[in-house]
Design a binder for this molecule. Structure first.
Ligand code: NAD
Length: 250
């Protein structure tokens, strides 16, 4: 893909299934990867495997975001691209059972974390005098409702608000902002599906009834993220690209 070689790219949630796959794919395309995650041990392993920098940071805190950016700049001198991907599923609960504390916990990572990451990216680009670009990980849940995963679905709708506002602000500056909306991808997040919600078996059954008749992989998502970050997507911004085996058209 055009325009990825030698670019410095931050990937958050890089110890997880989709983030690690993106880190690998971007490294294969010649990018220099800054892998960021709460999980220090796993993120360092991912970073090592792609010859990049691993940083343990909490994306929901301003200090965490400032910390990973300064580590990236210290090591590579600049930051060009961002994949803001860290996220948590939240508990399965019906609406009357969902606590305000749980709602806030999910919003802190999935919405505040993306807001802080996008804002920091714009500030960084302004400081550098460069125009990089950004991909956010949304979800098929960005487009649908859910009776028992309300906080997660709400958070994934909210990131589309950030996406659209950031794309409008960034367009005249040459900064593109896009999102991927994965369907069912068997990662740790997917494994968190409790038995009460049908568990893994239900997720597998739902995946096998999508048009492509299978669950997605981290690599399926990573390829689309790499494309959106690359110059091959130079005329795309504010776009939400479903990577769900066709689930969203059923
Ligand atoms: P995962 O659980 O494998 O990875 C998520 C990673 O984010 C973990 O390594 C975790 O440590 C990290 N993380 C969580 N909170 C953090 C924080 N505060 N600061 C820094 N890192 C933090 O899950 P995944 O499936 O790879 O999820 C990646 C993204 O894809 C998430 O935003 C998720 O909502 C989205 N998504 C996943 C699926 C799916 O089926 N797996 C579907 C749609 C969207």
């Amino acid at each position: 893909m055009r325009g990825l070689a030698d670019k410095v790219v931050v990937v958050t949630g890089a110890a997880g299934g989709i983030g690690a796959a993106t880190a690998r794919r971007l490294a294969e395309e010649g990018a220099r990867v800054v892998a960021v995650d709460l999980d220090e041990e796993r993120v360092r392993k991912v970073a090592e495997s792609v010859g990049g920098l691993g940083v343990a940071a909490d994306v929901s805190s301003e200090e965490g975001v400032a910390g990973y950016l300064s580590a990236a700049v210290e090591r590579f001198g600049r930051v060009d691209l961002h994949h803001l991907n860290a996220g948590i599923p939240g508990s399965f609960a019906t609406l009357p059972e969902l606590s305000a504390a749980e709602f806030d916990r999910v919003m802190a990572v999935n919405v505040r974390g993306v807001f802080l990451g996008v804002r920091a990216a714009f500030r960084r680009y302004a400081e550098q005098g460069t125009a990089g670009n950004i991909v956010i990980t949304g979800s098929i849940g960005s487009l649908r409702g859910s009776a028992d995963l309300l906080a997660y679905q709400t958070s994934k709708h909210a990131v589309l608000g950030i996406l659209k506002g950031a794309a409008m602000y960034g367009g005249p500056l040459g900064v593109r902002v896009n999102a991927v909306a994965p369907g069912i991808v068997p990662t740790d997040l997917f494994a968190a599906t409790p038995a009460a919600a049908g568990g893994k078996d239900d997720m597998s059954r739902r995946a096998s009834s999508t048009p492509l008749r299978r669950a997605g992989t981290g690599d399926d998502v990573a390829g689309v993220v790499a494309f959106l970050l690359s110059d091959d997507a130079a005329y795309m911004t504010g776009e939400v690209v479903s990577v769900d085996g066709g689930a969203s058209i059923v």
